[in-house]
Design a protein around this ligand. Structure first.
Ligand SMILES: C[S@@+](CC[C@H](N)C(=O)[O-])C[C@H]1O[C@@H](n2cnc3c(N)ncnc32)[C@H](O)[C@@H]1O
Length: 286
């Protein structure tokens, strides 16, 4: 994995990403190479296959197989410069601009904390919101250097590291808050367990995990008519969005019994509320 400036004893190296030259992945050649353009269209229209990592990409051998599925109909997933930039904007738009509010809510839950880790931080928006809420020591970790580079450019003061959610490089009890925004539904069951276990390890007793994920209602519990009555056209929109976007592990996440899952990993559920388009969960470490 990439390393650069050491922040302080025991902490991992903060990655100096702003000027890091990342290798191009195949979507970075769209409109320049016929093969790449054809493959791009194919993924958008028919769904994806496997992510292809450039051979020079640092840390590539540590990425688990499930991360290398091309879901969301997103050409090469989180692994290209072109799509990392596009994803960041596309996610906000596809969610009708509602993600900003949920990130602010997440940050508000942890504003009394001293040290917070945003896991699967992507372009760093949650970490940025937590820092803006006044938390002095904020870290972000993500598997994709392409995503992290966007975060670093937008918020140069964030402390960012490349790594896996299930095996972070932080010491036991390092944080009093952890966030995960739209991470768990992208993980298979075993990885969900490993990540919650890792959250417990890096949290001090009494620390909190704040989670935002797609709502259950988006896919289950309601017919189209009931969604229309309750949410108008937005209800129909979010159901269609969920049906269109390939999410191989969504059902494994929706099938979770959250109180039992939390208890099995040494947490208690403080809040679990679901409404379109988000489910918001707060856990406290025992
Ligand atoms: C849907 S994006 C959400 C990004 C960000 N949390 C946000 O609010 O925009 C999921 C992010 O999780 C990262 N990710 C997925 N599985 C991961 C894992 N096992 N370890 C580290 N990062 C992971 C992806 O690279 C991606 O950046």
């Amino acid at each position: 994995m990439v390393s650069a400036v050491r922040a302080r004893p025991q902490d991992p190296a903060v990655v100096a990403l702003t000027d890091l030259e990342l290798p191009r992945a195949w979507p970075d050649y769209v409109f320049r190479r016929v093969g790449a353009s054809f493959r791009f269209l194919r993924t958008l229209l028919l769904g994806g296959r496997s992510v292809e990592l450039p051979p020079e990409l640092e840390g590539r051998e540590e990425l688990p197989e499930y991360l290398l599925r091309e879901f969301h109909r997103m050409p090469n997933g989180y692994y290209s410069q072109t799509l990392a930039n596009g994803y960041e904007r596309g996610f906000e738009r596809a969610m009708l601009g509602k993600v900003a509010a949920v990130r602010t809510w997440m940050a508000r839950q942890l504003r009394e904390c001293h040290a917070v880790l945003d896991i699967g931080c992507g372009s760093g928006k949650v970490a940025g919101a937590v820092a803006a809420a006044g938390v002095p020591d904020v870290w972000g970790i993500d598997a994709s250097l392409y995503q992290l580079k966007i975060a670093a450019r937008a918020m140069p003061t964030l402390q960012l590291v490349q790594g896996l959610a299930e095996r972070t490089p932080f010491s036991d009890g390092r944080f009093d808050g952890v966030t995960a925004c739209f991470l768990f539904h992208e993980l298979p069951t075993e990885a969900q367990d490993a990540v919650l276990g890792e959250m417990r390890r890096v949290l001090r007793p009494g620390g909190r995990v704040v989670i935002a994920e797609p709502s259950v209602e988006q896919m289950h519990n309601r017919s189209f008519i009931s969604l229309w009555r309750r949410h108008g056209w937005r209800g129909i929109y979010f159901r269609l969005l969920a049906l269109m976007v390939t999410e191989p592990y969504l059902e494994q996440w929706h099938g979770r019994d959250i109180p039992a899952w939390a208890a099995a990993h040494g947490f208690v559920v403080e809040m679990d509320e679901s409404d379109l388009p988000f489910r918001r969960i707060v856990l406290r470490r025992l």
